[in-house]
Ligand binder design. Structure first.
Ligand SMILES: Cc1cc2nc3c(=O)[nH]c(=O)nc-3n(C[C@H](O)[C@H](O)[C@H](O)COP(=O)(O)OP(=O)(O)OC[C@H]3O[C@@H](n4cnc5c(N)ncnc54)[C@H](O)[C@@H]3O)c2cc1C
Ligand SMILES: NC(=O)c1ccc[n+]([C@@H]2O[C@H](COP(=O)([O-])OP(=O)(O)OC[C@H]3O[C@@H](n4cnc5c(N)ncnc54)[C@H](OP(=O)(O)O)[C@@H]3O)[C@@H](O)[C@H]2O)c1
Length: 382
């Protein structure tokens, strides 16, 4: 097997414009049927790509939209799936453009404005003109929902002009190259929810979870994440806070620290709704803890208690030890939900620094700023 150094020196440049067709080797569930979530583990075979990555990096994955969804949108706009369209970037069947080139799930203000103009839907025009209404409206809908709510007959070119470019989906790499040099693991929450009498899927979720078969190629490229790196000095303590899919890069961190025989202690805070159904990589994490690679493992199963229990509650309960680790030079990492978790965890961090360090809020903020400037407080939140 090639070693990492050999791979690094031979690594060609795979990027968004030139993605590498990795093969889907493994796809298995990490949550059980009893869970409200559907989180899956993926293993992607890198073959002879020469791809290299560091723990903390992410991959960009080029996805295709569901044919059923593309046909549903075309039918709702009265465009024949067989029709040919042409604009300055593309000339060919309209269905192919919808499957491969255009965003069909995420609603954005530009789409609402353009579709309101093309469809002459006055009510949609009012929404488009009011940022507050717009925010509320786009939050709970996909593009097909908007089109069905405000049906209009469009030409293929008009429809394409409303839709923006399909973007790659990004996922944290959940494995260390030192453990398996030619395989990238991912941990993906499948976005799928009921809408009326059908299901709505996220584009990437549908492609990776339902469309791809084992052995199929998946075009990808590594996105380096220089702001989310393990300390070079292996004796430095590491604190990782990663509820939900936020666990992904920390699985890579733990594999890496293990492979490097890093002496520094590792502390992980993980959370998810229920231990019985949502303990992602539970066996592996317990083994890491048993073998001492994880010095400390704190688990917040939020819905196993009468009151919600989150990672930041466990951090605060162990504030004295947490602060002691900080004073010993620990690096702190946060990964997962940006909307609520990351801010709440930061507030808990500030509260720990204030109470354990005997500081007022200004001094605690400055302490955190200093941590960040020293690269000791790093976040990868989405
Ligand atoms: C740096 C980075 C790293 C990431 N790492 C990971 C990772 O390791 N694992 C992972 O699973 N994701 C990760 N993500 C998120 C991931 O990139 C996608 O955004 C996510 O998987 C949804 O993509 P999708 O194509 O399935 O859904 P989309 O097609 O993007 O979404 C479809 C629609 O569903 C809505 N929607 C999205 N999520 C939900 C939801 N939970 N419930 C209801 N509606 C929803 C959206 O608003 C949108 O309108 C990361 C994102 C970034 C930026
Ligand atoms: N933008 C997108 O398209 C997109 C797509 C997918 C995921 N995401 C984001 O990525 C996140 C990761 O998704 P996930 O399903 O793996 O996990 P998640 O929804 O973040 O849930 C993980 C755990 O965190 C708990 N939690 C909820 N609010 C919290 C808070 N304020 N502070 C701390 N913990 C909190 C949850 O508890 P409860 O659920 O019991 O409250 C659950 O136990 C999602 O939250 C989502 O916002 C975004």
């Amino acid at each position: 097997m090639k070693d990492i150094e050999a791979l690094a020196t031979s690594s060609p440049q795979w990027d968004k414009a030139h993605p590498y067709p990795a093969r889907l080797a493994v796809r298995r569930e990490l949550t059980t049927a009893a869970s409200d979530k559907d989180v899956r583990h993926f293993e992607l075979d890198l073959g002879d790509s020469g791809i290299t990555w560091q723990p903390g990096d992410t991959v960009g994955v080029l996805v295709r939209n569901s044919t059923v969804l593309a046909e549903e949108i075309l039918a709702a706009c009265g465009v024949s799936a067989a029709s040919i369209v042409a604009d300055e970037h593309y000339s060919g069947p309209v269905i192919t453009a919808l499957e491969e080139l255009r965003e069909l799930t995420q609603v954005h203000p530009g789409f609402i404005k353009r579709y309101a103009a093309c469809s002459s839907a006055a009510a949609l025009g009012e929404i488009a003109a009011n940022p507050t209404l717009m925010r509320e409206y786009v939050a709970s809908r996909q593009i097909v929902d908007v089109i069905k709510e405000y049906p209009a007959t469009l030409t293929g070119e008009q429809l394409l002009s409303c839709l923006r470019q399909l973007m790659p989906r990004q996922y944290s790499i959940a494995s260390s190259q030192r453990t398996r040099p030619l395989t990238i693991d991912l941990t993906i929450n499948m976005v799928r929810y009921p809408q009326g009498d059908s299901w709505r899927y996220g584009a990437g979720s549908h492609y990776l979870g339902w469309q791809l078969e084992i052995g199929d190629p998946l075009p990808l490229y590594v996105v380096p994440n220089a702001g989310f790196r393990l300390p070079a000095d292996d004796s430095i303590p590491v604190i990782m806070i990663g509820p939900g899919t936020g666990i992904a890069p920390f699985r890579a961190f733990l594999q890496e620290r293990h492979a490097r025989q890093a002496r520094g202690p590792n502390w992980l805070f993980f959370g998810n709704p229920h231990r019985a159904s949502d303990f992602l990589y539970g066996d592996e994490l317990l083994t890491f803890a048993h073998e001492g690679i994880l010095t400390q493992l704190d688990l917040a199963f939020s819905r196993d208690h009468a009151e919600k229990r989150y990672v930041q509650h466990l951090m605060f309960e162990q504030g004295e030890q947490f602060y002691a680790w900080l004073q010993q030079g620990a690096h702190v990492y946060v990964c997962g939900d940006a909307k609520h978790m990351a801010e709440d965890v930061q507030q808990a961090l500030l509260a720990i620094i204030e109470s354990q360090g005997g500081m007022d809020s200004t001094a605690a903020r400055q302490y955190l700023v200093n941590l960040r400037k020293a690269g000791r407080y790093q976040r990868d939140v989405y």
